[in-house]
Design a protein around this ligand. Sequence first.
Ligand code: HEM
Ligand SMILES: CC(C)=CCC/C(C)=C/CC/C(C)=C/COP(=O)(O)OP(=O)(O)O
Length: 316
Amino acid sequence: MSDERVLAGSWRSRVLVQSRSLGLDFAVVQSYCELTKPRVVSLLIFTAMVGMLLASPARMADIHWTVIFWANVGIAFASGAAAAINHVVDRQIDGQMRRTHARPLPNDAISVTGALVFATVLMALSVLVLTVFVNELTAILTMAGLVGYAGIYTGFLKRRTPQNIVLGGAAGAIPPVLGWAAVTGHAPLASWVLFLIIFLWTPAHFWPLAIYRRDDYARVGIPMMPVTRGIRHTSWLILGYTVATVFATQVPYMIGMAGKPYIISADILGIGFLYHALRLIYAPDRHNPMRMFGYSIAYLTILFAALLVDHYMVGL
Ligand code: HEM
Ligand SMILES: CC(C)=CCC/C(C)=C/CC/C(C)=C/COP(=O)(O)OP(=O)(O)O
């Protein structure tokens, strides 16, 4: 007699069945969560949050925490919706690339209809939350980010031009502007300085990964820069964007938006970023591109954390 039948009818069988059904539900929930690219969205939200806090009064008691809370919810829902649409549009190429073949759609863990309904619900909730609890400017700019990434980058540029991520990067760079708009109702120059930093950082973030995965992109016919112009040319472009990013990170200090703690951190981080970019050119090694990709994420996270720390440090 099988274990299942011995257990049948007993409390242990009910626990077994329940945990299995819970296990199944958990797997589905996990797949929907994966559709939203949660780790990417966490960093997007962090950059939005930095925008919100820089735009807020320095005294904690004067900060509009309720607005900040709803703005983060709305921006996270829109980013998650954009990422889910990206999964739907890219499901065929994702299924053929080593890095992405196990994603929920190529894996049949979720249906296309399920993913589209999920994205629509997230998008609708985002518009609702942002217009009701935040303001219209934030709602409009957030939807522009969603259309920029899910529609223009994923649906159009990605398959057509090696400049895809340079132009598509604008969508990923918008969160600090959203943060500023949420708190003040405006999008002043200071917020666009942070936009510029992320915009210039994006090619130096993504192209190293595209170098490492060049064969995959070539096989599925996506014209990423290393596929169309080769690794050496792309490495020089990465160096150019890295230099431009480091220059852009000087601007917050130059215009008095940030002080010494920020600029010291930015320059130390910048030296590391330049080192990684130079290494791609002068010490080509199979693993260096992924080292730079990993560094790019730490770089942006610590840079924005430094802006925040600087904002709350008085008298330096
Ligand atoms: C067009 C612009 C961008 C492109 C093409 C791009 C591309 C990528 C790719 C292909 C990955 C690997 C994902 C994976 O293996 O699942 C990745 C990871 C990541 N990206 Fe980007 N990215 C862009 C913009 C951004 C922006 C604006 C941010 C945040 C501000 C960001 C944050 C991250 C983070 C945190 C990861 C690591 C995710 C993980 O650990 O799985 N990216 N990016
Ligand atoms: C404010 C707002 C709504 C912004 C949305 C922006 C957003 C979700 C940006 C994500 C950037 C990203 C992970 C690009 C990779 O796409 P890919 O298709 O090249 O990479 P993949 O092959 O890993 O899917």
